[in-house]
Write a protein that binds this ligand. Structure first.
Ligand SMILES: Cc1cc2nc3c(=O)[nH]c(=O)nc-3n(C[C@H](O)[C@H](O)[C@H](O)COP(=O)(O)OP(=O)(O)OC[C@H]3O[C@@H](n4cnc5c(N)ncnc54)[C@H](O)[C@@H]3O)c2cc1C
Length: 389
């Protein structure tokens, strides 16, 4: 039987509640943060207090026990309101690894405190400077010494670390030369961030194109307790991969939110701005790119709901999640360009927010997975073409 997909008007209760919360954090709030490269503390606090960041935590651990479909709507609405979920979405994505692979003791110890807002687990350290998208060749090692793991190596682009109490870390526990498959011998750890900062972990912020708190991280003999291993030693890459379908679907939702923001802005300006004695939106050269972007966003939204419905039904959704991410990232980027073009020169003025959102949505062509790597996934795993890398 085909899955019945939510439509743009389903979950109206969630949309309305998240919109109401976002209304307290208008464009000026996000603009000021962008100008000062500051973290949206007040917004993240409000979102946590309202329970939205605990959407994916099961009710038995104090969360809302919602699915990825509902979580995607929360993030979509934040971006649609002009905000940037990138400041806090990590907590939703990282949940997946802990929920699937964590021990009952770890879940009982951590999840209720995350749900209550006493702890933040916003950060995941996977990418490394010398290996990039070739994740299984990463060089950070974890070596067991008695009841401790000793971590050495380096990560890059570890986001929200300065606003996290806990970080999820992927490190190699069996040397590459000693495993039968490159994806074996990697393990996932929970790192207590404040403790690590005084015991061998150093953080260096990366100034970047958007207001995104992200860092280089260095591990020099960092010791963490043996019980901080998540799941089984050597199977960490699989745990991370399993969590990625939720991540891709949620990122798609953020792009859809961005795309809708751009279209709304472009339509309003196209109707209001009069040049040559008529609204600019009356010109087909202005109108059609906006209409085109709208159509692509609606199509991407359907693929997002398709991925979310499969995920929440416990079915394989790798193809749909990856396709949703690519379609949505392309649609939001197209909408960003149509919007900037509609605004003409004023699109470059910070006070209209278009240039800020333009920079923010551009990120999703590259992170958390670049467009080429999605095409490679679909070519190989969906279509059966030879592996290209
Ligand atoms: C703002 C920001 C925040 C981030 N946050 C995090 C985070 O919190 N945690 C984390 O672990 N990572 C994070 N990342 C890293 C992100 O996941 C990577 O940047 C992304 O996966 C691409 O890897 P790379 O930058 O090393 O590019 P590379 O792997 O060096 O690739 C460079 C380019 O070459 C292309 N390319 C490479 N190989 C192939 C191939 N075989 N075929 C075709 N094209 C190819 C890629 O598509 C890309 O366009 C973040 C990145 C940014 C910019």
């Amino acid at each position: 039987m085909p899955l019945s997909l939510p439509t743009a008007t389903d979950h109206e209760d969630i949309r309305t509640a998240v919109r109401a919360l976002c209304a307290d954090f208008p464009a000026e709030y996000w603009r000021r943060l962008d100008e000062t490269a500051a973290y949206p503390e007040a917004f993240v606090d409000a979102l946590t207090r309202a329970g939205w960041l605990a959407a994916l935590i099961p009710q038995e651990y104090g969360g809302a026990g919602l699915g990825v479909a509902e979580a995607s709507i929360i993030l979509e609405e934040i971006n649609r309101a002009g905000g940037n979920s990138g400041a806090c979405h990590g907590q939703m994505y990282n949940m997946s690894t802990l929920l699937r692979a964590g021990s009952e003791e770890q879940k009982r110890r951590i999840l209720p405190r995350l749900a209550a807002g006493e702890l933040r687990m916003q950060s995941m350290a996977v990418t490394e400077p010398t290996t990039g998208s070739d994740t299984t060749r990463l060089k950070t090692t974890a070596v067991k010494k008695g009841d401790r793991w000793v971590i050495d190596g380096q990560k890059v682009w570890t986001s929200r670390l300065q606003h996290s109490d806990l970080m999820i870390l992927l490190a190699r526990t069996t040397p590459l030369a000693a495993v039968s498959k490159r994806s074996h011998g990697l393990s996932v750890f929970l790192v207590d961030v404040p403790a690590a900062l005084t015991a061998g972990m150093t953080v260096r912020p990366i100034r970047n194109m958007v207001n995104h708190e992200t860092n280089e991280v260095f591990f020099d003999g960092l010791e963490i307790p043996a019980e901080n291993l998540i799941g089984r030693e050597g199977e960490g890459f699989r745990y991370i991969l399993e969590g990625l379908n939720a991540e891709r679907t949620l990122i798609a939702a953020e792009c859809i939110g961005d795309g809708r923001w751009f279209v709304d802005k472009a339509v309003a300006y196209g109707n209001e701005r009069v040049v040559f004695g008529r609204p600019i939106g009356q010109n087909q050269g202005v109108q059609f790119p906006i209409a085109q972007a709208h159509i692509r966003i609606e199509a991407a939204s359907l693929m997002r709901f398709s991925a979310a419905a499969l995920h929440d039904a416990g079915k394989p959704c790798g193809a749909e999640a990856n396709m949703a991410k690519l379609l949505a990232a392309d649609a939001s980027w197209e909408a960003a360009n149509a919007c900037l073009q509609t605004f003409g020169g004023f699109g470059f003025a910070a006070e209209y927010d278009v240039e800020r959102k333009f920079r923010e949505t551009r990120l999703y062509q590259v992170a958390p997975i670049s467009t080429n790597l999605i095409l490679a996934y679909v070519g190989e795993h969906v279509l059966g073409l030879p592996r290209s890398y």
